[in-house]
Design a protein around this ligand. Structure first.
Ligand code: GLA
Length: 740
């Protein structure tokens, strides 16, 4: 998948080509990213060379290189101070000297296969090839490896940087982004970001790309609720099925920056990496620093095919593939919105009996199970079960759950500590925070210094005891407050810069993940951070699924899901059916609506089962039985958006051979006497197949594609006996399968 000709490198698979070159000054310059080109032809190279260096740019790179200026080149890893005036990818300083870096090409290496290594999240796969280009700044004694990985199945290029100090003086790295993609002629493009807040995560935000810099970022020590590292650049008139799209993401969970800068010639510089603010990494002689990986995606045919690429990439090359076996992904029952802190063993066991009867598979005790934890202000960092709530012990409780043939899950918030716990009295220096007299506090808790390996060891040992005691199957790993005053006593004692705290902290989080997963490989860890405050590829490397939001309202989830799936697969989206009226919005929705939205992704329940009617219990049983039979389709089917209108959401999943599909239709409002009938064209079905809809109507694939499927009839005052949509905010699912 990697070809070198002349000064040009060509990375390709069946879908895409990525071409870059060694420029006259030894830097790397980008040439092309898009649809596959068959090969690097001699005459194409001549053509490219002929028109080089004919454009604008007043300042030239060097008096010895004629008209050559970096300002009008597409650069692989731009630096400031060498005739380019845009946003730089790297900034290194030595004492008070600012380095104007000049990395020159030295050599290259190609490596096959890419192993999953739990030390740090990266992409992986047997079908990977990685090209490493070695560059050297001779005067500043710095070596830089630029790595490019391509897989044979996805329209994605993965990039990362490794920097080595080969000199004799210590330097400070103030910025080292993971990857840049430059594109010419982008005057009519838009930037799409996934923005929001707690309870309103990853809503689609579209804005035109104007000259200058537009970024989204985080300084919270986590990717955050407000912005997501995933960004997308699309032509204005891109549709669900047409138009070119470029997208980028970062395999990382800490402070990030993602953005685009458009210069005076409508050239767009797209970049992602660790946020350079409050970042400073000391690099002593012989030390190296490696960035997280950036991923760049390309779609030739609009949003649906971009989602094909992002979900394929994440399912195949980021998340551990073993979780694709859906028998390992239980239907969860969670105690949080069911009983919050108000429970004891008896109440839990009563609920568990019902859980079992209804067909759920894993009983999760959320917060509130450990000593003194009767509200959210206490006891974090003291992971011992509460004897008052479990008078017979947690071990005995766990046995009872397992004897019912249910799995057991427990909530932890490993990175946090409450002010009142012994741990903090013994080790006040384990708290992350400046020794100032004032420290910010959030949800009554502080953050532990995860840059200190001893802290991780202590927390791991505490969690391990509970895992062994309960023979635990599932962990909900929460993280409810962000980092402020990022100061580590440990780094101070070890003479490291405080600018390393944020990155070392998140590396510490990954270390704890590694310890748990290596010792207990069968435990499923669901990621969570006050809902969806850490929904990123770093977490997905370790956790196959994430709690996407503390907002569990079905109609709110429509917006959250629609944004999330642009960059992340359905299989990662945890979806719980909760009470009506909903606890976050007070909104009432029918159980069927909650189900018809909730079955997309990893299904679970989080409501008081005692309050359900017999009819509702029957509905839950039926849905669970459908879901179990179709779990692979609902988690790993191809997800397709069918409309872009906010009032009417239509989407579908279809399996690989197009023999099974589920279409979801949602109407925000019933409009009396509006369109008497409407049709939905199911272009994703197979023209040659015959289908049966809802086990009733037989129709050809060709007809469903060209004419369309009849939409469910909406109540309009006089058609009462036929109407299927009878309320506002109602979601309907239509089940389609091949008819033989
Ligand atoms: C966070 C999580 C919730 C729940 C609570 C428990 O808010 O996002 O799902 O686990 O903590 O305190």
């Amino acid at each position: 998948m990697i070809e070198k000709k002349d000064n040009f490198f060509h990375l390709y698979n069946k879908k895409i080509s990525y071409i870059f070159e060694i420029l006259e000054n030894g830097h790397l310059g980008q040439v092309y990213f898009g649809k596959r080109v068959s090969k690097l032809w001699e005459y194409d190279i001549c053509y490219l060379k002929k028109y080089k260096n004919k454009a604008a740019g007043t300042v030239k790179y060097s008096k010895d290189m004629g008209n050559f200026t970096l300002a009008d080149q597409l650069q692989e890893y731009p630096v400031y101070g060498t005739s380019d005036f845009g946003m730089s990818a790297i900034d290194v300083r030595c004492e008070s000297e600012i380095y104007y870096l000049d990395f020159q090409y030295q050599d290259y290496k190609v490596k096959r296969y890419k192993k999953r290594n739990l030390d740090f999240p990266t992409s992986y796969g047997n079908n990977a090839e990685t090209l490493s280009i070695e560059l050297l700044d001779v005067e500043r004694n710095l070596k830089l490896w630029q790595n490019f990985t391509i897989f044979d199945d996805t329209a994605a290029i993965v990039k990362s940087i490794k920097l080595e100090n080969v000199g004799e003086k210590k330097v400070n790295v103030n910025k080292c982004l993971s990857g840049v993609l430059e594109l010419r002629n982008m005057p009519n493009h838009e930037l799409v970001t996934l923005d929001g807040a707690w309870l309103r995560e990853r809503h689609i935000n579209i804005r035109p790309i104007k000259h200058g810099l537009t970024t989204v970022s985080s300084l919270k020590g986590a990717s955050g609720h407000q912005h997501n590292p995933f960004i997308m650049i699309k032509e204005k008139d891109t549709t669900l099925e047409t138009g070119e799209i470029y997208a980028a993401n970062l395999i990382y969970s800490g402070n990030f920056i993602s953005g685009v800068e458009m210069d005076e010639w409508d050239k767009a510089r797209i970049f992602v990496g660790i946020n350079p603010e409050y970042f400073e990494w000391g690099l002593s002689p012989k030390e190296t620093f490696s960035t997280p990986e950036a991923v760049f995606f390309y779609s030739e045919n609009g949003i649906n095919s971009l989602m094909d690429e992002t979900s394929l990439f994440v399912n195949e090359h980021v998340i551990d593939k073993k979780w694709q076996d859906v028998t390992k992904r239980p239907i969860v029952f969670n105690s949080w919105e069911t009983m919050y802190f108000d429970f004891d063993e008896k109440k839990l066991l009563d609920a568990a009996k019902e859980v079992k009867k209804l067909g759920m598979e894993c009983f999760v005790i959320d917060d509130g199970w450990f000593e003194n934890r009767n509200d959210d202000r206490n006891s974090l960092g003291n992971w011992k079960y509460d004897i008052n709530k479990f008078p017979n012990g947690l071990k005995s409780f766990s046995k009872k759950i397992h004897d019912m043939n249910l799995k057991l899950g427990i909530w932890f918030e490993p990175e946090m500590v409450s002010p009142n716990v012994e741990l903090l009295k013994k080790h006040p220096e384990w708290l992350l925070g400046h020794p100032y007299s004032r420290k910010a506090i959030g949800r009554g808790q502080y953050v532990l210094d995860f840059s200190n390996p001893m802290v991780i060891e202590e927390i791991y040992n505490q969690i391990k005891k509970i895992i062994i005691m309960t023979n635990l199957d599932y962990i909900k790993w929460d993280m409810n407050r962000n980092i402020t005053e990022a100061y580590s006593a440990y780094l101070h004692d070890n003479d490291r810069s405080q600018g390393e705290v944020f990155h070392r902290y998140i590396c510490g989080v990954y270390t704890l993940y590694k310890k748990i997963i290596s010792d207990f490989p069968d435990i499923l860890i669901e990621g969570c951070a006050g809902g969806g405050g850490r929904y990123d590829l770093g977490i997905l490397f370790y956790s196959p699924q994430i709690w996407p939001s503390d907002n569990s309202d079905a109609t709110e989830r429509l917006d959250i899901l629609t944004g999330t799936v642009l960059g992340y697969p359905l299989s990662s989206f945890s979806s719980h059916i909760t009470a009506s009226p909903n606890h976050q919005t007070n909104r009432r929705t029918m159980l069927s609506t909650r189900h018809n939205i909730g079955i997309f992704g990893a299904l679970g329940y989080e409501l008081d089962l005692n309050k359900l009617s017999t009819q509702e219990k029957k509905e839950i049983k039926d849905v669970i039985s459908f879901y179990k039979k179709n779990q692979e389709l609902m988690m790993y089917g191809r997800f397709i958006k069918l409309t872009t209108n906010d009032d009417v959401y239509n989407w579908a999943v279809v399996n690989k051979d197009k023999s099974e599909a589920v279409v979801m239709i949602f109407n925000r409002k019933i409009k009396p006497n509006s369109t008497p009938k409407s049709y939905l064209k199911l272009h994703f079905l197979d023209e040659g197949k015959k289908y049966i809809i809802n086990d009733t109507d037989i129709v050809s694939g060709e007809f469903l594609k060209k004419y369309g499927m009849e939409n469910p009839i909406v109540f309009n005052g006089i058609n009462q006996q036929y109407s299927v949509v009878t309320e506002d905010l109602q979601a309907i699912c239509v089940k389609i399968r091949e008819y033989k």
